[in-house]
Ligand binder design. Structure first.
Ligand code: PLP
Length: 426
């Protein structure tokens, strides 16, 4: 096992947002010795059923299904839409490899869409993909920043395409007061360790469509009439023997933990927001870096700080991340050519082949913006002293950049507009 390179708090070094009540809830489920969600108890007395009901209350959704992971939540959403096998499904070029993987798992064909300078899905490029026949779009709120959901939903409707939100990185974030994951036909979430609810692994989906929900429930592994338990009233006319079952269920132990964590989600969201805003405010004036701009004020979670070094070559971005690391703060250059970061689409060999240059040439805008991006994790447990350390580390790395390379930064009209808008929108 590789030792951690810094002591910067991250989930894979044991940093958790856990209270004694959360541990007690998991222990209660363990002691009950009933780990399977579909046992003899009434649905509403199971931890999984309770978690789903609470999710509906919190998110204002009609239906929620707890499942095994974020990947399976996306897959179940797509399966439930009943699209013809092999349908082209759009997703952004900037996402974790799990998004196109889920599209493949559902039996479809991922079609990538460019991202724009703030690393959001480029809505203009989405039109191209819809013109070419995409039947659905899996929008990703990558690193907690909302995509432009009103515009994307309007465009998808124009083409009769479904919208599934991969809200995995943005659990609890809102856009114009509305939770991400509630704009599309389905919203998919993860409760893996790095997310706003941490049950080790796990996930859930939300939808307002009862029939599609019933199909998702069956696909997730509700056999022999168990799907009906999810409907206290009228059960949709969905034949549970007409679909294969994939055992993507959540178990009772995780659901108990998730239910307890959900009570404290507001505290965690406040901590993320406080840390992000504190850091972003103190870096907003720094020459040569372009902080990501949200699509609307406050439309981000704050669990990561992502900024670009406009005009910088990949090796310079890698050196910048290395300089931040040297100050004890985890940082990664997303486009580091010596890294195998699977948030860089050219590393998706399963989809785009073995030649990274060829893959990059297919999506030049995304290749550029991802290559210029620096990614720093922001734990909810950071103290303001940690945040100060981060700010100092980034400032020091920026000060060490070669003058010739910083001079090329922020030179295009768009970059200048981004720079000018930076202070105004925060
Ligand atoms: C954008 C995105 N989508 C999907 C996933 C997959 O979630 P899970 O690991 O729960 O399958 C991840 C995981 O981090 C992710 O970052």
């Amino acid at each position: 096992m590789n030792p951690p390179l810094t002591t910067w708090p991250t989930y894979d070094k044991g940093d958790v947002f856990l209270s004694p009540e959360d541990i007690a809830a998991a222990m209660e489920a363990l002691r009950a010795q009933l780990f399977f969600r579909y046992d003899f108890r009434p649905h509403e007395e199971t931890f999984t059923g309770l978690f789903e009901r609470r999710l509906c209350e919190v998110f204002g959704a009609r239906h929620a299904l707890a499942c095994a992971s974020g990947t399976t939540a996306i897959t179940l959403s797509l399966l439930a839409l009943q699209l013809p096998a092999g349908s082209p499904i759009a997703c952004p070029a900037f996402t974790f490899a799990a998004t196109p993987s889920a599209i493949l798992l559902a039996g479809h064909r991922p079609v990538l869409v460019e991202c724009e300078e703030n690393l959001h899905l480029d809505v203009r490029d989405l039109r191209r993909v819809l013109d070419e026949g995409a039947k659905a779009v899996v929008v990703v709120h990558m690193r907690g920043f909302a995509s432009d959901m009103p515009e994307i939903c309007r465009l998808a409707e124009e083409y009769g395409a479904f919208v599934v939100e991969d809200a995995v990185p943005a659990l609890g974030a809102r856009l114009d007061g509305r939770y991400l994951g509630t704009f599309g036909h389905f919203g998919a979430f993860s409760t893996q360790s790095d997310k706003s609810l941490n049950t080790g692994e796990g996930g859930f989906l939300l939808t307002d469509d009862p029939e599609a929900y019933a199909r998702a429930v069956v696909y997730s592994g509700a056999y022999e009439g168990r799907m009906a338990r999810h409907f206290p009233g009228q059960v949709p006319d969905v034949d549970d023997r007409a679909f294969p079952i994939f055992s993507f269920r959540m178990d009772e132990i995780r659901a108990a933990l998730a239910g307890a964590l959900l009570q404290r989600l507001p505290d965690r969201l406040v901590a993320h927001r406080r840390n992000y805003d504190y850091v972003a405010e103190r870096l907003a004036d720094l020459d040569g870096i372009a902080l990501r701009q949200p699509v609307a004020p406050g439309a981000y979670l704050g669990e990561a700080l992502v900024f670009r070094l406009p005009g910088a070559a990949p090796r310079e971005c890698a050196a910048f991340a290395g300089a931040v690391m040297a100050e004890g703060v985890d940082a990664r250059a997303l486009g580091d050519r010596d890294d195998v970061n699977v948030r860089a689409f050219w590393n998706w060999r399963f989809l785009l082949g073995d030649d990274p240059d060829a893959a990059r040439s297919l999506f030049p805008a995304s290749a550029r913006y991802v290559s210029e991006a620096i990614d720093i994790p922001l734990s909810a447990n950071l103290t303001l002293a940690d945040c100060d350390r981060l700010v100092a580390a980034v400032r020091k790395a920026a000060a060490r950049r070669p003058a010739a390379e910083t001079a090329t930064a922020a030179t295009t009209t768009t970059e200048k507009a981004v720079a000018a808008g930076r202070a105004a929108s925060r």
